[in-house]
Each structure stands twice: as C-alpha cells, then as structure tokens.
Design a protein around this ligand. Structure first.
Ligand code: S3P
Length: 159
C-alpha cells in the first residue's frame, strides 16, 4: 500500500489521485471513507461529537482501508497522531508530502471544511506533526511552490 501523509494543504488528495492513475491502482481518501461511513461531513462530526470521537472513527477507518486491497491511500492530516495508526503504517510505503505552514495557510485560505485550521496553536501543531511525518516517511517530497504533477513525478521516481 502506498500511503500519503502530510499536513492540511500538502496536496495529498490531488497527488494521490495522480499517483493512483499512473500506477493503475485504486485511490482511497480516508476522509471520504469516514464521511460515507458516518453519512455526515467531517465538520459536522467535530461539531456534534467532538474531535476525539472523530479520531476514533478515523483510526478504525485507516486500519480497515490499510488491511484491504492494494491502493494509493491518502490520510487526513491528523491521522498519524495515534500510536495505533503509526504502528499500522510501518507495514506500508509512507510518502510524506511536506508543506510549510505559510504555504498550507495559503492553500487552505477560506476553507470552512477543516475545523482544525481554527486552532490557535496551529504553528505548534504543524511543527509537532512535521516531526512525526519525517519519522514515519519512506519517501519525503517538498511541495512548496510546486504543482501536483511534478510532485507526483518525484514520488514515482522515488518509489
Ligand atoms: C484534519 C485534516 C483533514 C481532516 C480533518 C482533520 C487534521 O484532512 O481529516 O479535518 O487534523 O489535520 P486533510 O489533511 O485532508 O485536510
């Protein structure tokens, strides 16, 4: 399984789709699986049940998807926060799409669908998660100032 991780705005879904097309594999975005399974949007889940309930569903969905058929899988930006998920990732090829906080803010400006963007400690969260992504990644690609296609090309060359 090729698993794409990275902060919000890194381009995980766009690059993941391109990679899946080039590799002839299905593409799965775990955020979409969560919304299908729960029949509600992610902001709705955050609002009605809170972040911790969302993380429980996310952990279960990631484990299910990663035990399923071979695919390119993109994870939500906070999915690697749980040790159980990090443990599952060790059996797969992890691609980290790195993005600076400045670029992430630009790419997600005005996006009302990502509740975590409202957190006052976003800079600390970005730094802490980045360290986790670096530690998990088999392939590391910088996305700042770059379009999805050259990023996907670099990932393919590194696989
Ligand atoms: C989150 C990122 C989102 C989504 C949810 C929480 C996060 O996914 O899973 O809003 O904690 O960073 P993207 O990284 O695809 O935006």
């Amino acid at each position: 399984m090729i698993v794409i991780v990275g902060f919000m705005g890194a381009g995980k879904t766009t690059v993941g789709r391109l990679l899946a097309g080039r590799l002839g594999l299905p593409f799965v975005d775990t955020d979409h699986v969560i919304e299908d399974r729960e029949r509600r949007s992610i902001p709705r889940i955050f609002k009605t049940e809170g972040e911790s309930a969302f993380r429980d569903v996310e952990q279960a969905v990631v484990a299910d998807v990663l035990s399923g058929p071979e695919a390119v899988v993109s994870l939500g930006g906070g999915a690697c926060g749980r040790e159980a998920t990090r443990a599952v990732l060790r059996d797969h090829t992890v691609v980290h799409l790195d993005v600076s906080l400045e670029q992430a803010r630009c790419r997600t400006a005005g996006d009302g669908n990502r509740p975590v963007l409202q957190r006052p400690d976003l800079a600390e969260l970005h730094a802490a998660r980045r360290a986790v992504f670096y530690a998990l990644a088999d392939v590391e690609v910088d996305t700042d100032g770059r379009a999805a296609r050259p990023v996907a090309d670099e990932v393919l060359a590194a696989l």
